[in-house]
Write a protein that binds this ligand. Structure first.
Ligand code: PRX
Length: 667
């Protein structure tokens, strides 16, 4: 099972932070919710769906599990996601409420009310429809963090056209394969965005992704809508490319939402799995929105009239879908969206924003917290953070030291921390303390939310006793669960439902402590977690071997203090390249070439931190690479038991070779 520093504290962690009476007295979440959901889980979710959403046609059936593992929730109800996120707030007289405070990296700002959002989303929906997009057609969104990004997603939802957002940091090749997988009709992008103080182009990647390629089917994309953000020079394909502003300018501000069935696809979002090809995770409308709204309201204790909420995730990830777009807007929240990096133009930028907008709920990732710890607590200390009253964490295990720092330095020793475990596949938070109810514990996500049934099991699917470790599973269907992998039902069944028949296998290792609280220990499969981003070892290996000088490659995630894990690659080079790499210059050349190649194939986030040139890879007799041994090397540990290797001298060869110049590492 992967190492994690929280493991060391597991048996000794005695710190516990019960909610203050003041917080508990005003909390949205109530202890009774657990019993209520346990008594009748389906009735509990039906109640949430009715209370939190506005339905065009009410549903009469809560869950249809007859086609398991494909669930149908609230299936005979109809609704529209954008109507729920925007219009109904305006209709209820809350049109003047700020939906989004936007802060660009250069410091430009924009305030968008719910009424503004309604006009803009309606305009965008009309403009997109005018380009021939109809309910069911897919739209790829490749944008930085802008107001337009939220508008684009909602405009698609308004039309019943599933969006497929591709993170702006992914390469042209990654974009190309996602466009092809979704068979998208339209791409929405921008000329560029601001990154670390300078404009960074985006549109060239779209142009490259849409170029015809020998042996590949012609693209299904008919148009590209381009938001003007940086004003930089942009290549243009007449007839295909259209400026967003031009398209919206002439569009009507009224648009009748397309009412869809609850199981109508809302979006596809690709995520890394254990094989080379990213999976298009499919989410539908009614159940997804119900759980996104329920968790956002109760896990963050949202008070829509008074809170200023800020989730630092990019819309390119699921956290941006559920907790920037759908959850907060369905709940009528006021939120902050920030375009840039935390250290531009200075390392206090985030805390300056918290002070400026009086942010009261902050949701971010452990890697960001650890980075801020490294920068020093004197930086946040310069700002007034007293508005913060709830702090969230997501994406990877948060080590107790970082948790304590977050609580003390950012939360002023009073704001409850919610460590939220979930996945792209689960659609919404599944395991987390409830603020005002749960006594929190540094490093543990603790308890499944009301209405969620999770467990830690051994190899035979038996529940482990308190104090035991095993695999995290979800034993009952939940409203926001994925409905499949786009275009590949078999892969869906195989990936999640075959390890333990009839129950969902999350791919995470977990432990139960003596109180029965759940501690997440990291992935047990070939998925890595770098700065809270999911990367597949196989995907990076495929990228490496697609380079002409590489014969074989093996990738592991090595423990890293700041990013959680770091990508370390072991490569066998072809013929003379191996000799060349054994020289100082040659080694640097090879490292640079391969790192750039991975950035081009997948994106800069997937670049290996270190590339080690080796003569052999450790393999079992059946040819399986023993990554465990490579991880020992990457983490500078004594190499573990190598007796099952086909050739047990391989590890000696690797260790001996690494003493030479080819062992030098980058950054
Ligand atoms: O390993 C778990 C880790 O992130 C994985 C899901 O990644 P992704 O689909 O990209 O979604 C990230 C944001 C929801 C999980 O399988 N993970 C996520 N949250 C936590 C976590 N590990 C430990 N503690 C968490 N709170």
């Amino acid at each position: 099972m992967p190492e994690n520093s929280s493991l060391e504290n597991l048996l000794t962690e005695t710190r516990s932070f019960p909610p203050s009476p003041e917080f508990a007295a005003q909390a949205n979440a109530q202890a009774g919710m657990y019993d209520e959901a346990r008594a009748d889980r389906l009735a509990f979710w039906a109640k949430q769906a009715n209370e939190l959403l506005t339905w065009k046609t009410p549903f009469t059936q809560t869950l249809d599990w007859s086609d398991a593992p494909v669930a149908r929730w609230f299936a005979d109800g109809t609704l529209n996601a954008a109507y729920n996120a925007v219009d109904r707030h305006v209709e209820a007289g809350r049109g003047d409420r700020v939906a989004i405070h936007f802060e660009g990296e250069p410091g430009d700002t924009r305030t968008v009310t719910y009424a503004d959002l309604q006009r803009e989303v309606s305009r965008a929906a009309n403009a997109i429809a005018a380009l021939g997009v109809e309910s069911g057609d897919r739209v790829v969104i490749y944008l930085p963090m802008l107001v337009e990004s939220v508008v684009a997603m909602l405009a698609c939802a308004r039309l019943g056209a599933p969006h497929s957002v591709v993170f702006g940091g992914f390469s042209a090749d990654a974009l190309r394969s996602r466009i092809a997988d979704a068979e998208a009709k339209l791409v929405i992008t921008a000329d560029g965005g601001y990154r670390r103080g300078a404009p960074s182009a985006l549109k060239p990647a779209v142009d490259e992704a849409l170029e015809p390629r020998d042996g590949e089917a012609p693209t299904t994309v008919e148009h590209v809508l381009v938001v003007k953000r940086t004003g930089q020079d942009t290549a243009w394909t007449e007839g295909r490319d259209i400026w967003w502003d031009d398209a919206l300018e002439s569009a009507d501000v009224r648009h009748e939402p397309v009412w869809v069935e609850a199981e109508h696809p809302l979006y596809i979002l690709h995520t890394s799995g254990t094989t080379g090809k990213p999976k298009g995770i499919l989410h539908t409308t009614g159940g997804y929105l119900t759980q996104a709204a329920f968790t956002h309201k109760n896990v963050f204790d949202l008070k829509a009239e008074t809170d200023v909420y800020w989730c630092t995730a990019d819309i390119g990830w699921v956290t941006g879908h559920s907790y920037v777009v759908y959850g907060p807007l369905i709940n009528g929240a006021t939120q902050l969206i920030y375009e840039g990096t935390p250290d531009t133009p200075h390392r206090g930028r985030w805390w300056e924003l918290v002070e400026k907008y009086k942010v009261s709920i902050l949701y971010t990732a452990p890697t960001a917290i650890r980075t801020c710890m490294k920068w020093g607590e004197d930086i946040p200390a310069k700002f007034d953070l007293s508005s913060l009253r709830v702090l969230g964490s997501v994406g990877e295990p948060i080590n107790p030291e970082a948790w304590m720092w977050y609580r003390r330095v950012i939360g002023g020793d009073k704001a409850p921390i919610v460590d939220t475990w979930w996945q792209t596949e689960t659609g919404a938070i599944m395991i987390s303390p409830l603020p005002g109810v749960t006594a929190t514990k540094p490093g543990s996500a603790q308890v499944p939310l009301p209405g969620i049934v999770a467990d830690v099991v051994d190899d035979e699917a038996h529940s482990v006793p308190n104090g035991g470790g095993g695999y995290l599973v979800l034993s009952e269907p939940w409203p926001s669960m994925l409905r499949g992998i786009w275009g590949d039902l078999e892969r869906y069944k195989d990936t999640y439902w075959s390890r333990f028949p009839g129950i969902y296998f999350a791919g995470d290792g977990a432990k139960k402590d003596d109180d029965g609280d759940i501690w997440l220990l990291g992935r047990v499969d070939d998925v890595m977690n770098v700065s809270g981003h999911r990367l597949s070892t196989t995907e990076i290996e495929s990228a490496l071997v697609s380079h002409e000088i590489v014969a074989e490659a093996a990738v592991v995630g090595a423990a890293d203090e700041t990013t959680g894990q770091a990508v370390v690659a072991f490569v066998i080079l072809r013929g003379e390249h191996a000799d060349r790499a054994a020289t100082e210059d040659g080694s640097t050349e090879v490292q640079t070439a391969l790192r750039n190649h991975v950035a081009k194939e997948i994106g800069p986030i997937a670049k290996p931190r270190r590339i080690l040139v080796v003569p052999e890879l450790p393999k079992t007799r059946s040819g399986k690479i023993m990554r465990r041994l490579l991880r020992d090397v990457a983490e500078n540990r004594t190499v573990g038991d190598a007796t099952t290797l086909a050739d047990s001298s391989v590890m000696d060869l690797i260790s001996a070779g690494l003493a030479g110049p080819a062992a030098s590492s980058e950054d």
